[in-house]
Design a binder for this molecule. Structure first.
Ligand SMILES: [Zn+2]
Length: 303
């Protein structure tokens, strides 16, 4: 195991680091109680980046050891697996904090914030403030009110020495900031340094965690599949007069299927229909029952 980078992230700062396939990026608490924001890009195609939404749906709002971080559609593939997480208080619901947030909520015209820190760190690799994306929030102790859907932040319970380690499944640029939210509960109302390190994975870790390089879904779209392959440089949008819509699989074709039910099955269907909430017609109720059964028996929630 070789440590390739060992860096102290001071409050108000961040760092962009290359993490190659099979390397492990580690973020560690030096004093405890500090939130960190995490961005990631494909090192060879920066338009592929970490996606909170897909990760949230596949692994829940609080990803921890064993869960994967996915890239955004249309690439949509595992970027990292979390291989260690000693505190287990990570969040995918809050966006990065911004200068505007501190300005409208508190009246500060100047305040350290993750948007500006991540942007400045990413600039080392030629990225702009527009390239900063919603972050994986390490050590952010959030709660969701099931009735109202409102989000809240609880006290940060991480301790000195707590760490999160992620193994990269392909070459990435990882960007980590010391979250600047000192006037919220996020980091217990003060800012503390963090340690950022990159090391090679051990042979055992590679066997246990690293996904095969070749795995690919047919529906992952890479640049070669795009009708427009260039990244646009003009900011103004204008209509392409030669455009002709060409939606994949359009128009949708439907086929009627006759389904025979036994007397007993039909009695159950009638019971569902009279109960209400499953559709108005025999066809709608049968469709609901069939696909609900399929969701339980056929769908693979964790590919
Ligand atoms: Zn922040």
């Amino acid at each position: 195991m070789t440590i390739r980078l060992d860096h102290v992230l001071e409050p108000g700062s961040g760092k962009a680091v290359e993490v190659r396939r099979g390397e492990v990026v580690r973020v560690e608490q030096l004093e405890g109680g500090q939130c960190a924001d995490f961005n990631a890009f494909n090192l060879h195609d920066y338009r592929e980046f970490f996606h909170c939404g897909r990760t949230r749906v596949l692994h829940g709002m609080f990803p921890t050891a064993g869960d994967m971080l996915w890239s955004a559609p249309p690439r949509e593939r595992p970027m990292f697996t979390i291989i260690a997480d000693t505190a287990g208080i990570n969040d995918l619901s809050f966006p990065r904090c911004t200068g505007v947030l501190f300005e409208y909520a508190w009246g500060y015209e100047t305040h350290t914030n993750c948007q500006d820190i991540l942007a400045e760190a990413e600039r080392e690799y030629g990225l702009t403030p527009d390239d900063v994306h919603d972050s994986f929030n390490l050590w952010m102790n959030t709660k969701i009110d099931a009735d109202t859907g409102r989000l809240s932040v609880e006290r940060n319970t991480s301790q000195a020495g707590d760490y999160v380690e992620l193994v990269a499944h392909f070459d990435c640029l990882v960007v980590v900031s010391v979250c600047g939210a000192d006037v919220f509960n996020t980091s217990n109302f003060s800012l503390k340094p963090l340690r950022l390190a990159v090391r090679t994975a051990t042979a055992d870790e590679r066997v246990e965690w690293l996904l095969p390089e070749a795995r690919r879904f047919a529906n992952q779209r890479v640049v070669e599949d795009f009708k427009i392959k260039e990244i646009r440089t003009e900011r103004e949008l204008s209509r392409d007069p030669t455009y002709v819509a060409d939606f994949p699989g359009f128009p949708i074709r439907t086929t009627s299927v006759e389904v025979e039910l036994t007397d007993d099955e039909y009695r159950q269907l009638e019971a569902l229909r009279s109960h209400g909430g499953f559709g108005a017609t025999d066809g709608e109720v049968l469709r609901h029952a069939f696909f609900t059964w399929c969701l339980d028996h056929w769908m693979q929630p964790h590919p």
